[in-house]
Design a protein around this ligand. Structure first.
Ligand SMILES: O=C(O)CCC(=O)C(=O)O
Length: 295
């Protein structure tokens, strides 16, 4: 992307931008990749409208930013989430309520049950040994209403905390696991899809310094079950409070999808969640790929 032809416009209150003029057809040149990384460092969420990327184009674009996560790793349950895809590649998964891209999934389909947890605020793969740096989604089918993705700016939320809160949480470590959030949703039981994972819980600081911006951010996704060295109830109460602070309306951007949109976000500085829609009546299909947080 030639910075002269770069068109970037902030769309959220404190973060999130729409970017036009990027050549996305064949992966990104080193200069374009650096420009996109710069936009992600500054805005956390970047929307590229009307791209209609094919799965190989989405993979190539994301690989310009770093190695991609294998979506199957750590749980046979994750593998379910690309059963539909015609382009079978573990660097992709699917957020979809469709069976083979057509009819609506059965009520009991495990893919429905596992995706419900996306409605809780989270950042991706904090429960893996290598977390997600960026997640990208391409919209294939979108409902007429609802089904937005909502984002929260965890850096501005940190800045807005009181000095006492900042002092209280400095140095704390949270414990992250996928099983925790699936337990909360009841998705580990036999009538919840029987989610299983082989991943061991990960320790991560509650306050992190973002490598690209140097800003402090709150790392309090719903996958964080408790805080090291605190009783479980005390840690959960603090996590609930911090997650509320991180997702106050003043720090939110809500993306209303149009088919072909490509949205990419930085999981190190933002939280996100899926919004409800009429999923028994309307189709919603997004193709997902994730860039790992490696240096
Ligand atoms: O479906 C959505 O809007 C959000 C998807 C999501 O939470 C994810 O990809 O991690």
């Amino acid at each position: 992307m030639d910075t002269e032809t770069l068109d970037i416009r902030q769309v959220g209150p404190t973060f999130a931008a729409e970017l036009r003029g990027l050549d996305t057809a064949n992966g990104l040149s080193a200069r374009d990749a650096a420009a996109l990384v710069g936009a992600l460092d500054r805005f956390g969420v970047v929307v590229l409208p009307k791209q209609s990327l094919t799965p190989p184009q989405q993979i190539a674009l994301c690989e310009s930013l770093g190695p991609l996560e294998n979506s199957d790793d750590g749980s046979p349950s994750f593998k379910e989430l690309r059963r539909n895809l015609q382009f079978k590649d573990p660097r992709l998964s699917e957020i979809s309520n469709l069976a083979q891209g057509e009819g609506i999934l059965d009520k009991e389909d495990v893919r429905r049950l596992f995706l419900v947890a996306n409605q809780l605020w989270h950042s991706d793969s904090t429960f893996r040994p290598i977390r997600a740096r960026y997640t990208s989604l391409t919209a294939v089918k979108v409902p007429a209403s609802g089904g937005d993705t909502e984002f929260a700016d965890a850096a501005s939320a940190y800045d807005a905390l009181s000095a006492d809160d900042k002092a209280d949480i400095e140095g704390l470590v949270g414990i992250h696991s996928p099983t925790h959030v699936m337990d909360v949703m009841g998705a580990t039981g036999p009538d919840g899809g029987g989610f299983v994972s082989t991943l061991t819980p990960q320790r991560r600081p509650i306050v992190e310094v973002h490598a690209g911006s140097g800003r402090k951010v709150l790392n309090v996704p719903s996958h964080c079950s408790h805080i090291e060295g605190m009783s479980i109830p005390e840690g959960r109460a603090l996590l609930t409070y911090l997650r509320e602070q991180a997702t106050l309306p003043a720090f939110r951007y809500r993306h209303k999808w149009s088919p072909g949109d490509f949205v990419i976000w930085d999981n190190r500085s933002t939280l996100h969640r899926a919004c409800r829609f009429q999923e028994r009546k309307e189709a919603r299909q997004l193709v997902r790929s994730v860039v790992q947080d490696v240096h």
